[in-house]
Design a protein around this ligand. Structure first.
Ligand code: KG4
Ligand code: ZN
Length: 349
């Protein structure tokens, strides 16, 4: 397969990801230096610590990616980087290193939106150069982006063309997992910890599902409060807290809310396929529930591998591949934008 060979850098939060991706699809290298152990000690991300770690790991991770791909700067067509949304200190490291590499090696620079990267994880493949490519996701495509910072239902009409259908009105899904994980005394990050605790446990209760004004909007802060009240109740009565059962009840409520609205949007907009993206898309119950409910409606679910759901460079390389072909180029004026949003064609409720 041909297409541009792009070195892609992701440094928007607490993972340092560098990948080499060809034609927006084929992964030649995907290196991720994670800070999870470091942030587990503080129970969450400290932005200054995250930025310092980005600075520490960025160059070794670039070198590791080039080595994994057995390639050098002369064989690359462009350098791509996440320029938002994310933590300013972390973003600055990637953006400035990418600008420097681009200038030093005379390579074009492509700026990528982190959310667009999560969506494009669905285009990634590890198929070898001489193997047939799996089919591309079909348009229109409904995308559910669920990460630590975002929860959005996006209708993707074509490459780079998006309508925002709905989003969270308070906490992001991953944020809710992380906060509830802390409440239940589970290790950081809460998502995988809750999922593991819930595995095989039966729900200790049924938490209420939130109502929202917008048909496709989400709300998770009430659910977080409901878990807190339940924990306090057990404490006040001097009872042991059924951590696994509460984790199962919480996970069930989040997954039910996400799946219900996503399936409704898929039917309303007549899409043949739904694509998942973002760290929470690694959640097994979410994948299984959506798969089952969409199948019952004659629609399919696309899910990137778990390692491509959490932050990584390959997803940025995938989005960059399509932006490069569309002629999208940044220059040394590219700035990190912490609250960057996708270029919406429109928003509907
Ligand atoms: O996309 P991501 O790596 O970073 C952001 O862009 O925010 O997402 C991280 C989020 C965290 O909140 C983490 O708890 C959640 O994804 N997460 C999960 C799972 N794995 C990661 N949530 C639920 N179940 C999982 N298996
Ligand atoms: Zn992310």
């Amino acid at each position: 397969m041909s297409g541009p060979r792009i070195l892609a850098i992701e440094s928007s939060c607490d993972e340092t990801g560098v990948a080499v991706v060809v034609g927006g699809r084929r992964i030649e290298a995907n290196q991720v230096a994670t800070q999870v152990a470091l942030h587990a000690a503080t129970g969450g991300i400290v932005p200054e610590v995250a930025a310092r770690q980005q600075l520490r790991w960025i160059v070794p991770t670039v070198e590791a990616a080039l080595e994994e791909a057995s390639t050098g700067w002369a064989d690359l067509d462009a350098v791509a980087v996440t320029y938002g949304p994310g933590l300013i200190g972390s973003l600055l490291v990637g953006v400035n290193v990418a600008k420097a590499f681009s200038a030093v090696h005379g390579l074009p620079l492509v700026g990528v939106n982190h959310i667009e990267g999560h969506i494009y994880a669905n285009w990634l493949t590890e198929a070898a150069a001489d193997e047939p490519m799996p089919a591309e996701p079909p348009f229109p495509l409904l995308c559910l982006v669920v990460s630590g910072g975002h929860t959005q239902l996006v209708l993707m009409h074509d490459h780079g063309r998006y309508t925002l259908l709905g989003q969270t009105v308070d906490d992001a899904a991953g944020e809710a997992f992380d906060k509830v994980g802390r409440l239940l005394g589970l290790p950081y990050p809460g998502g995988p910890a809750i999922s593991q605790a819930a595995e095989g446990a039966s729900a200790a209760t049924r938490f209420p599902r939130a109502r929202t004004e917008g048909r496709y909007d989400f709300s998770f802060s009430g659910l977080k409060t409901a878990v807190l009240r339940a924990v306090e109740g057990y404490r006040d009565r001097g009872d042991a807290i059924p951590v696994d059962g509460l984790a199962a009840a919480f996970e069930e409520a989040v997954v039910d809310a996400l799946a219900t609205k996503t399936v409704a949007a898929a039917i309303d907009h007549g899409v043949a396929a739904v694509a998942l993206g973002g760290g929470v898309a690694a959640n097994r119950l979410l994948r299984a529930t959506l798969q089952e409910r969409l199948q019952a409606e004659g629609r399919s679910l696309l899910v990137p591998r778990p390692a491509w759901c959490t932050d990584n460079g390959a997803m940025i390389g995938a989005a960059a591949g399509f932006r490069y072909v569309a002629g999208d180029r940044a220059d040394s004026a590219l700035e990190a934008i912490p609250n960057l949003s996708l270029p919406w064609l429109g928003t509907t409720g």
